[in-house]
Design a protein around this ligand. Structure first.
Ligand code: F6R
Length: 359
């Protein structure tokens, strides 16, 4: 990673006072307890069982910080799943959803209108439904459907482990995927990363702080190298959006070689863009080649940063980059002087829409 950052830049990410002043909702602490949250979520799920069901497809319906767990689960399980898994972010369901569908309605608050609408449609179609929320209307209308309760009082995006774990464990309990045994590796790695990316670790040894300095004032273009990282890339974008109140853009190899790459042909020097390549040791050899070619083509037009997954198992690799991106987005929030927890525009839209009765 290039290193034109310097810790004397202002505000300084090495000044804990600066972080505490900006981080009014304590998003740093909420993020840093990710390893314990995973442990807690695993223990909350326990040995829950489900009645036998062999779905022909799986749909995870939700929005924002609740939906992202579906994308990450999809990335994690795609090589194992023998049926399609689709993440749905809308009011209405496609017609393939039937009684043979396993349908997850996921809303942290339980009050998100798109998710409620999709859930009502899924019920009407007699899909097999599992509801995940911390309460709200979703809980009220769950009826006889399986209901998984989340701990309350968190911003939905910070509840990621509590949503992701029961999604994966439910699929295991239904014998749709094999029971995995790599949680511990992920938890231990996250504890290491917590030290590495901690506010207490000075910038020269802290890659999350370094990248935040490098991305300040830039539009990050996040390019994921492998399907294992598609969900992670979206998490990076949405965390930068919500925590740092900044634009970010996502694209994926190899698809971006068939469209996005053309924008670089015209744009000779795009000063305010910065490419972030999310990379994994398991990426396809042809993708490695494609990334080399990309660097040759655009390396003198933009700064390119690479962030690699860490760990061995897929879960650890995925979580290592989620954690990096989450911390990076918080440092970026500090550099922009914005409270990472506050989401006034999202709340404003929900409140305004709430005044219009749904049909
Ligand atoms: C807030 C956040 C949002 C919400 C989204 C849906 O932290 O991440 O993206 O997740 O507005 O709300 P819920 O998750 O309550 O269904």
């Amino acid at each position: 990673m290039s290193c034109e950052f310097c810790s004397h830049q202002t505000p300084s990410l090495d000044d804990l006072g600066v972080i505490t002043k900006v981080d009014k909702g304590d998003m740093f602490s909420l993020t840093q307890k990710m390893p314990e949250d995973i442990e807690q979520a695993l223990s909350d799920f326990g040995t829950r069982t489900f009645s036998r069901f062999s779905p022909v497809n799986i749909v995870i319906a939700g929005m924002g910080g609740s939906a992202i767990s579906g994308d990450i689960a999809n990335s994690l399980l795609r090589d194992e799943l023998s049926i399609p898994l689709i993440v749905m972010r809308d009011y209405n369901l496609p017609s393939f959803i039937k009684r043979t569908t396993l349908f997850f309605a996921v809303s942290y608050s339980g009050n998100t209108e798109e998710t409620l609408s999709a859930y009502n449609e899924a019920k009407a179609k007699n899909a097999r439904c599992v509801v995940i929320s911390s309460g709200g209307k979703l809980k009220e209308i769950a009826g006889d459907d399986v209901y998984i309760s989340l701990p309350s009082g968190m911003p939905p995006r910070a509840a990621f482990p509590f949503i992701f774990v029961p999604l994966v464990r439910s699929l295991e309990a239904m014998e749709i995927v094999k029971k995995r045994n790599d949680w511990q590796e992920a938890i231990e790695l996250l504890r290491e990363l917590r030290e590495e990316y901690s506010p207490l670790t000075p910038t020269p040894e802290n890659n999350a702080k370094k990248l935040a300095y490098s991305l300040k004032g830039k539009l990050p273009l996040i390019y994921a190298s492998s399907p294992l990282l598609y969900g992670v890339a979206l998490r990076w974008k949405t965390q930068i959006n919500e925590n740092a109140k900044a634009h970010a853009y996502v694209d994926y190899f190899p698809e971006l070689h068939h469209n996005e790459i053309m924008a670089w042909e015209r744009n000779d020097k795009v000063a305010n863009f910065a490419v972030v390549l999310l990379r994994d040791k398991g990426e396809n050899d042809r993708i490695k080649k494609r990334i080399e070619i990309t660097k040759e083509l655009i390396g003198d037009k933009t700064e390119i940063y690479e962030v690699w997954t860490r760990g061995e198992g897929k879960l650890a690799r995925i979580f290592s980059l989620i954690y990096f991106g989450d911390m990076l987005s918080l440092y970026l929030a500090v550099l922009y002087g914005v409270d990472p927890q506050e989401i006034d525009f999202i709340n404003h839209i929900k409140n305004k829409l709430g005044k219009f009765p749904t049909s």
